[in-house]
Design a protein around this ligand. Structure first.
Ligand code: NI
Length: 129
């Protein structure tokens, strides 16, 4: 199968909900997810999975239970190692790309009402249809 490119701008344009990840691509048991975030999420960790956040638009604040808050700007990425408690936050709407195993839950070991399954992109963006 010959793959198609994914247009990230078009993909982000297909949804507005925050903290509701979309699956843009899959490879090697890992998923590339897109999410819009605004406001503070919940502090959590992923016992078995490292988690990559790449900022596509805006500014991501990553709070850590055991350390300083990091600011990740457009074009920057951060990898949160497994087991490290973290809490994404953004003062203004921020668009992020996540790279993590398919099994990773957004709320990690915390669970609760903000848990969301990542759902496929629905519009014709070339990805995950
Ligand atoms: Ni996480």
């Amino acid at each position: 199968m010959i793959p198609q490119p994914v247009n990230l701008a078009a993909a982000f344009a297909t949804f507005d909900e925050v903290y509701a990840p979309r699956v843009a691509a899959e490879l090697n048991g890992q998923m590339v997810k897109l999410a819009k975030i605004q406001g503070r999420f919940v502090m959590h960790s992923h016992p078995n999975e490292d988690e990559l956040f790449l900022v596509q638009r805006g500014e991501l604040l990553m709070h850590f239970e055991d350390g300083p808050t990091r600011t990740i700007r457009e074009g920057e990425l951060i990898v949160v190692p497994r087991g490290v408690r973290h809490c994404p936050d953004a003062q203004e709407e921020c668009w992020i790309l996540l790279f993590e195993p398919a099994s990773t839950l957004n709320t990690g070991d915390e669970g609760g009402e903000r848990t969301r399954d990542a759902v496929p992109l629905t519009a014709d963006t070339g990805a995950g249809l």
